[in-house]
Design a protein around this ligand. Structure first.
Ligand code: HEM
Length: 181
């Protein structure tokens, strides 16, 4: 997992609970990296889950709620860092439909070692998109946060359904994003 994900998670946590508390959390974990991440490096995903687990214990927020909040945070960072992707889209549905075939394709070019999920999308008419998430990593709630933030960004009300999906290997979820009536 790219260091960027770690540095952003720690920045979000510092903004919420302060640097001292975050340092305490990191000190309490036995991390191979010692909790020092460079945004261009790559680190084991297990460390991300360990940090989320420890932050969850410290703050009383569930791991799932933390992942959702982190999805919102990360989306806002992406909008600032890579505005061109967003400016060319007319709606959240168009944006979400372009993640697999456009956005993450560029991410792979920039970072050949990126560990990305797979998305399969299907339009259910003009006003709804079905988006199947699949990953070796259980980041469904992070994905939900990104999807929610994307809907918020385009300022058109949408309903978001999330369904668990059984996978033979790895983790999955089906999101249906529908323009609100
Ligand atoms: C709403 C739009 C987006 C969704 C739903 C989405 C979804 C995800 C998810 C769920 C992950 C976690 C990896 C996994 O689950 O296996 C991920 C990772 C990542 N995404 Fe996206 N993404 C979006 C937009 C973007 C944008 C705009 C960028 C940057 C231009 C981006 C760059 C990345 C990077 C760098 C990673 C980390 C890869 C790694 O750790 O190795 N994503 N994305």
């Amino acid at each position: 997992m790219k260091g960027l994900v770690f540095t952003e998670l720690l920045e979000m946590a510092e903004a919420a609970v302060g640097e001292e508390v975050v340092d305490e959390v990191l000190d309490g974990l036995e991390l191979e990296t010692g909790g020092a991440y460079s945004s261009v490096g790559s680190y084991p995903c297990s460390e991300l889950f360990a940090i989320v687990g420890a932050l969850s214990e410290k703050t009383g927020m569930s791991g799932e709620a933390l992942q959702v909040a982190f999805g919102h945070w990360m989306f806002d960072r992406f909008v600032v860092g890579y505005p061109a992707f967003f400016e060319s889209k007319r709606s959240a549905l168009e944006m979400l439909d372009a993640i697999e075939g456009e956005v993450h394709v560029e991410v792979r070019k920039l970072y050949p070692d990126a560990e990305l999920p797979r998305f399969e999308t299907e339009w259910l008419g003009e006003d709804a998109l079905q988006m199947d998430y699949r990953s070796p990593r259980p980041l469904m709630a992070f994905c939900r946060g990104l999807v929610e933030a994307c809907v918020k960004h385009f300022e058109q009300p949408m309903d978001i359904e999330e369904h668990a999906s059984e996978q033979v290997e790895g983790h999955g979820a089906r999101f249906v994003i529908r323009r609100a009536a």
